[in-house]
Design a protein around this ligand. Sequence first.
Ligand SMILES: Nc1ncnc2c1ncn2[C@@H]1O[C@H](COP(=O)(O)OP(=O)(O)OP(=O)(O)O)[C@@H](O)[C@H]1O
Length: 280
Amino acid sequence: MAGVGGPVELRRSWQKLLGLWTDRPRRKGTKIAGRYTIYDLLGMGSYGLTYLCTDEQTGQDVALKESKPSKGKLAVRLLDREADVMNRIEHPAIPQLLDVFTYRARSYIVTEYILGETLEQCIFEQGRKYTEQDCLELVKQLLAPIVHVHEQGYIHGDVRIPNVILRDGQVHLIDFGLARRMGEPLLPELKRRMRELPEPEDELAAPDQDLQDLGHFLLFMLYSAYEPEKGRKPASWQEELKLTPGVRDMLERLLGLRPGYEGDALELLADIDRVLKKLR
Ligand SMILES: Nc1ncnc2c1ncn2[C@@H]1O[C@H](COP(=O)(O)OP(=O)(O)OP(=O)(O)O)[C@@H](O)[C@H]1O
């Protein structure tokens, strides 16, 4: 029959509707576990809702992430994993884990709230443009928390501009929802979600994956200053971005277009310092 899907599609639409209802954000002023008062919804991710809350015990602003009820046990498991990784990490450029609890069948993690803007907001909402030097300074800053995560035996797994917050010019790395122990494969349940990523999804977690992501991060940042000439056909980034040779080489190594850093963040750091010296 035209316009009406089969039973599978109908079931999917019904589940989607049910999900929208059960996952609807909580109202401002709602108190969770008698302690955290919701002030604002920060975002709705695939498996969780994140709120800006006031911790009534300390008076501190916190970010509270709640598992999505429609995603059932998987959302709870992912939040547990995220808490487990954050519990082992302590770095000034990573929000501190403050609390983990279950309340009315939902899981929660509470972290320090970083008041600032994500680099995605800086570029797409505020139209900020970053020079090569700015971009390298930011990547250099970001390497510190990434190296710390690697030293604890994990990879972040999702280094992207929406997951980096700038506060007073200092970067903060958030969202450990896809973090994995070194050598661990991607959770089978997440494979479908990661379909668009260029890396093979069966790859075991290794530091080079974060460095590759850092390459994509750097490319995004560099494009913020790109002004396409009128009527010019789209070309490769090497042609579009007029990069100095040092930055271009580094990017090609990060993106795996020539022999790379093999996960060696210290080699990358030395390279950044060398190129920055020339740019300054
Ligand atoms: N500690 C924090 N401080 C300030 N803002 C935060 C913090 N944690 C998350 N946010 C903001 O909350 C929003 C939701 O973030 P979160 O990373 O939890 O989920 P997401 O990115 O929407 O989803 P997904 O986990 O599926 O990528 C984002 O806008 C993010 O910038």
